[in-house]
Design a protein around this ligand. Structure first.
Ligand code: NAP
Length: 305
């Protein structure tokens, strides 16, 4: 628990730090021209750079970290971001997100994606009631079955909620290569609006089957773990960007990892997590400028294999 003096110091440091983050500067101008992709089942357009909340939003409400997240979201929305993904499984991150969206007046700008992570109908119903309370909303945009957990029971439940107007879209998620085969089977047999999967320079397997299949079936795709939970940054420490990065409008490794994800034509949006406003601003820059060519994507996959 921080003492009041420490809190004020941290807040002042944050305010001073944010002074360098001019939202009217070149970074913001670029981010505001964010690319969009259509959700195949509706034609609704979504900004390609979204945000995740696992880890980065697991903070105490009112703490200095919470105030910092408010700046993260301010940068996100001013830069044209829309999709934010959370889950009742993220140690209170959904409640933090709900409070921040309410305080910032941002709910109407948010394409809010959350999950069902339960093993029975009763548990899912109780969880859904808690989700609406935590997120301070009466409906969400996307409800996903978390990690395919009990999906045979939970996907029909999500569809019931969709029929009641409580979510506009339904989907399923996974996060490692071990889930791709089952995801492929589900994609072949179940009508879905969205899937959410991992896909990154060091985990490109989804491009073999699941991504092209989602494209064929007209299913929108969210990409999680585009930074491999942040581990990719350690791998590129002190490494220069590829020579062609500047031509693709890329000035950081974070932008390159995100651009790798959105350059696959099946991908609707990528949802990187961060707790830092300056990183959020940097991430948004990946949403504009040229996409990567097949040759550039292949080169990255070879580099990180
Ligand atoms: N099964 C599922 O449904 C599932 C599974 C995994 C993830 N997800 C969703 O996808 C989202 C994204 O995945 P993820 O959060 O696991 O991983 P990620 O987006 O690959 O990585 C996030 C991590 O990268 C760090 N980071 C961000 N920018 C950085 C930079 N420039 N330099 C160094 N570190 C940086 C962040 O730390 P800081 O906060 O310090 O910036 C955070 O720890 C999640 O938040 C969640 O919403 C869903």
């Amino acid at each position: 628990m921080l003492m009041r003096r420490e809190f004020l110091t941290a807040s002042a440091a944050l305010a001073a730090g944010l002074g360098c983050l001019s939202l009217a500067g070149p970074g913001f101008a670029q981010a505001s021209t964010m690319l969009t992709r259509k959700i195949p089942s509706s034609g609704e357009a979504l900004a390609v750079i979204g945000a995740g909340t696992s880890g980065s939003f697991e903070v105490d409400a009112g703490s200095p970290q919470y105030q910092q997240l408010k700046q993260v979201l301010k940068v996100f929305f001013e830069g044209g971001g829309q999709v934010i993904d959370t889950s009742p499984n993220y140690s209170g991150a959904d409640a933090v997100l709900g409070q921040l969206l309410e305080e910032g007046g941002w709910r109407s700008k948010t394409f809010l994606a959350t999950k069902i992570a339960a093993d029975s109908r009763d548990a899912a119903q109780a969880q859904w009631a808690g989700t609406l309370r935590s997120l301070r909303t009466d409906k969400v945009e996307l409800l996903q079955v978390h990690n395919l957990r009990d999906w045979q029971r939970q996907l029909p439940y999500a569809r019931e909620l969709k029929a009641q107007g409580l979510t506009r879209y339904v989907g399923v998620t996974h996060y490692v290569d071990g889930g791709l085969d089952e995801l492929e089977r589900i994609l072949r047999q179940e009508p879905l609006d969205f899937i959410q999967i991992h896909y990154s320079v060091n985990a490109p397997a989804a491009a073999r089957t699941v991504l092209p299949l989602a494209q064929d079936k007209g299913v929108a795709v969210l990409i999680n773990r585009a930074f491999d939970d942040g581990r990719l940054f350690a791998k590129v420490k002190d490494q220069a960007l590829p020579a062609w990065a500047a031509q693709a409008g890329i000035s950081s490794w974070a932008q390159l990892f995100l651009k790798f994800a959105i350059s696959h034509p099946a991908v609707t949006a990528v949802i990187p997590a961060t707790s830092r406003p300056e990183r959020q601003l940097d991430q948004l820059k990946a949403g504009s400028g040229p996409l990567l060519s097949d040759a550039q994507r292949r080169q990255l996959i070879e580099q990180f294999a």
